[in-house]
Design a protein. Structure first.
Length: 295
């Protein structure tokens, strides 16, 4: 979106021998030069994993902020605005993976089963019962492969990454966050991609259904099963997420944001935002800005 920093890799200059589909660095080595803070930004085509071994950090993803301590993994899909403030002395890894390369690691059934992991930000807190350091060991192996190019490097890196993502998915499953892996999930994924493309054109639900070869009723049932929401609610949620990003991370006025999101009447945009959030756009921006200052 306009005025939100876009980066391939935040502040990194890659060596010539580095693979172009993946990057990994140790937090304790890369963060000091940024004063232990990564300002809010986004990557259009990268999925990132923040693997925290020890210490604490404050993470800001979308319009939400939270403190995380000890062993955990933050999974951040492409296009999600995010920033971090780490306490000096944290240890761990930051892994950035090209979205096309990541998706190439999985077959169709696996991609459907892991769809939520690839689409939504996620935090996994690790403990000895659920993880005996295996994700950290995968980080160490990825780091070694990244810095020592050998024959079959992409295959080895891909194998390690696939293990990490599958382990994260299993942690999600242990947390009782289940999702379907049948053909209806694939249709839902197509719907989400259409929303990403056409939400600001304010397509009707009937237009999405027609593009997918479905009736409105079928589309709503698929959305209800995959996300627990009707199709229109998902479209509205997408517009609200974009509005929140622009309010928090840009200097655009509510009127300008409304126009950018396809609302022809600024007053209607403000009423839409307040109806769904309980706050006017300006109130929301003030609240989030003040909470960030208190961090």
């Amino acid at each position: 979106m306009a005025d939100i920093p876009h980066y391939f890799l935040y502040g990194e200059e890659l060596p010539e021998t580095a693979p172009d589909y993946m990057h990994i660095a140790r937090l304790e080595q890369s963060l000091p030069k940024h004063n232990w803070e990564i300002h809010p930004h986004r990557h259009d085509n990268l999925h990132q994993l923040m693997i925290l071994e020890s210490g604490s950090m404050h993470a800001h993803i979308r319009d939400k902020s939270a403190e995380h301590h000890g062993r955990c993994v933050l999974s951040i899909p492409a296009k999600e605005v995010h920033g971090f403030a780490h306490q000096p002395g944290v240890t761990g890894f930051i892994v950035s993976v090209s979205h096309p390369f990541m998706m190439s690691l999985f077959n169709d059934a696996e991609r459907q089963g892991l769809a939520q992991l690839f689409r939504e930000p996620m935090v996994v807190h690790l403990d000895d019962e659920t993880d005996e350091g295996e994700i950290t060991r995968m980080g160490e192996r990825l780091l070694e492969e990244f810095h020592t190019p050998k024959i079959g490097q992409a295959s080895i890196i891909g194998a390690y990454l696939k293990i990490v993502f599958v382990m994260l998915a299993r942690h999600r499953q242990r947390g009782d966050i289940q999702e379907s892996s049948d053909g209806k999930t694939a249709l839902f994924e197509r719907f989400v991609r259409l929303v990403d493309t056409h939400a600001t054109e304010h397509w009707q639900v009937s237009q999405y259904a027609e593009a997918l070869g479905l009736s409105q009723g079928q589309l709503n049932r698929i959305c209800q099963r995959a996300a627990g929401q009707q199709a229109l609610a998902i479209v509205h949620e997408h517009l609200l997420d974009e509005a929140k990003r622009l309010l928090v991370f840009t200097q655009l006025s509510a009127k300008e944001i409304g126009y950018q999101l396809g609302f022809k009447d600024p007053g209607y945009f403000s009423r839409f935002f307040q109806r769904h959030t309980g706050q006017a756009p300006k109130q929301f921006k003030t609240r989030v800005t003040e909470s960030q200052r208190q961090i």
